[in-house]
Write a protein that binds this ligand. Structure first.
Ligand SMILES: [Fe+2]
Length: 560
């Protein structure tokens, strides 16, 4: 089934949403930087800069019409306004919330600007943005983040990200919102933290998704992160539904209606509430950011256009408790990998998108850095034999308390990938991507979200040739899957790093983001952590720092 989405082409326009403002919180627990009353309660945002323009966004609560003026200036006091867009509107009845976007044009490359909306003489908060540079670029600073789950905790990592000096770009790799109901995933502490989601039910209609976006945008730490720098955003699955593919999702059933309608609803709300340039079909979104002569960054769409249904273990060919030493069982699992998981026609990005990556990297073959922003982890990660690795007491507890985890532990005695929703479930296409990258300059640096853990991986093809390195960012708040198995004294990172050639570093605990500093000679990734997400107060730290340089035999990686 193909998804047909046709909708307005104009970027600038009030949505006219007919719903009440989201208002779950009983009030801030510390002085908030942004107003919670008045017309501007959702902050401002900018996004998808190129060398001469950038998208500006804001929302107005209780919009009864009047004069709307988007302004962008070289200075924070708006004495020298570079771009201004003025509009007057009259409504018969006021909108509960209207969202606004425009593209500020006529800007200089590599230049920081400030922007706001003035509505009937009232100014919104002021945001800082920046165009992409041209020519020689001595330094470019980027924050890479993903997986911000409102009920799971406070967005302290967004606050820390906003504090990054001289930030050029924020790359959000998806799970910007989550679709679950108030008693769904990672919501155990939500009531205590005043972070119960709105609406209370699972999202499905346009109004549902828009209300959830509106709730998120009331968060002061998210507002600060948007106001600090332009964002280059791409969705993962939870902007629609868990483990989404091109025609369905794990968290969608027939009773919830036509899936293509749900995708349409979700994407409409996503674009209304975020500073994105809107593709004609809403879902085709390969973004290419030319960072002067320094780098080319390609950001891919991997959920709604090409992706085949993720594999799961329902097709596992033998019983979970089958004897791992029986050659017949080993053979059955090997055949399952070859015929099911490694099937040649399984796609994640699709042929067209891989062609776009090849073209963009080919054109950037003379640049020091070719960067790929994806969603799911690309590195090859085998589940280590957990039955061998874990102590008897822990296995006993898991076997008695968690059927899902126990099945997984038992299957880990056979050679199986850690996560079939990631690139390890699309092995043949990963090789096709690696071939395309190798033919167009090679030496790729890939970034991933989705996993809620930090990763440093080397990317190796089937023949053991290194294609590049991968840095996976942890979540802003979403829980690590390893938290499912409480194991005092057990280091899952040690077990997984020791059992996998391609995994150099796994941090399975911390929340945070990656701060990337690019220069012509080196690329540094700092895994920034926050001490807690359960209170607003936090201290920032660093899990690890990595430097990539270019040596005689390609890229070289060092821990610093
Ligand atoms: Fe996530």
């Amino acid at each position: 089934m193909s998804i047909r989405i046709t909708r307005r082409g104009a970027l600038f326009g009030a949505s006219g949403l007919a719903f009440a403002a989201a208002a779950c919180s009983s009030g801030p627990r510390r002085p908030e930087p942004e107003p919670q009353t008045g017309p501007f309660r959702h902050g401002v945002a900018s996004g998808e800069p190129d060398q001469n323009s950038v998208v500006l966004w804001t929302a107005i609560t209780d919009d009864a019409g009047g004069e709307y003026v988007f302004q962008l200036a070289a200075d924070e006091t708006f004495e020298s306004v570079i771009f201004e867009e003025r509009e007057e509107r009259t409504y018969v009845t006021s909108n509960a919330i209207s969202t606004f976007k425009t593209i500020a044009t006529g800007l200089q490359p590599g230049t920081a600007y400030f922007y706001r909306m003035v509505f009937n003489g009232i100014s919104s908060p002021v945001g800082r943005t920046k165009t992409l540079p041209v020519g020689a670029v001595p330094r470019f600073i980027m924050a890479v983040c993903s997986c911000s789950n409102y009920p799971a905790g406070y967005f302290n990592a967004y606050r820390e990200l906003a504090n990054t000096p001289d930030l050029d770009l924020v790359m959000h790799l998806g799970d910007y919102i989550y679709e679950y109901s108030a008693d769904g995933y990672a919501s155990d502490d939500a009531e205590n933290m005043d972070r119960v989601v709105d609406p209370l039910h699972e999202l499905n209609s346009y109004g549902d998704y828009a209300r959830r976006h509106a709730l998120y945008k009331t968060d002061p730490d998210l507002q600060a992160a948007h106001a600090a720098a332009p964002w280059l955003m791409i969705w993962d699955d939870h902007e629609v539904a868990n483990d989404a593919w091109s025609t369905g999702a794990e968290n969608h059933n027939e009773g919830e209606g036509e899936y293509s309608q749900r995708v349409y609803n979700a994407m409409l709300a996503y674009h209304d509430w975020n500073p994105t340039r809107e593709p004609a079909d809403q879902i085709g979104m390969t973004r290419i950011a030319e960072i002067g002569d320094l780098a080319t960054l390609v950001v891919t769409e991997s959920r709604h256009v090409a992706r085949h249904q993720p594999m799961d273990f329902s097709t596992f060919p033998i019983a979970d408790d089958a004897d791992p030493d029986d050659p017949a069982n080993q053979q059955a699992v090997a055949e399952w990998r070859a015929t099911e998981i490694n099937r040649d026609d399984r796609e994640l990005l699709g042929t067209e998108q891989i062609g776009q990556i090849a073209d963009a990297f080919g054109a950037a073959a003379d640049k020091p850095w070719r960067l790929l922003g994806g969603q799911v982890v690309m590195g090859r990660i085998e589940a280590p034999n957990m039955i061998e690795a874990l102590p008897g007491w822990l296995k006993f507890i898991v076997s008695k308390t968690d059927d899902l985890a126990w099945g997984y532990l038992q299957r880990s005695q056979f050679n199986i990938p850690l996560n079939l929703d990631a690139w390890d479930g699309y092995v043949a296409e990963r090789e096709r991507l690696y071939d395309a990258v190798r033919a167009n300059g090679g030496d790729m640096i890939a970034f991933a979200g989705d996993s809620h853990t930090f990763w440093t991986n080397q990317l190796m093809d089937d023949e053991g040739r290194r294609i590049g390195y991968e840095f996976g960012t942890t979540s802003i708040t979403s829980p690590s899957p390893f938290e499912r198995i409480p194991a005092p004294g057990i280091s899952f990172p040690d077990i997984i790093e020791n059992g996998n050639r391609d995994v150099i570093r796994l941090n399975d605990r911390d929340k945070g983001f990656i701060r990337v500093t690019l220069t012509p000679d080196a690329m540094e990734s700092d895994f920034v952590t926050v001490s807690t997400i359960k209170r607003r107060g936090y201290s920032a730290g660093s899990d690890s720092r990595w430097r990539v340089t270019r040596g005689a035999n390609g890229l070289e990686l060092d821990a610093i």
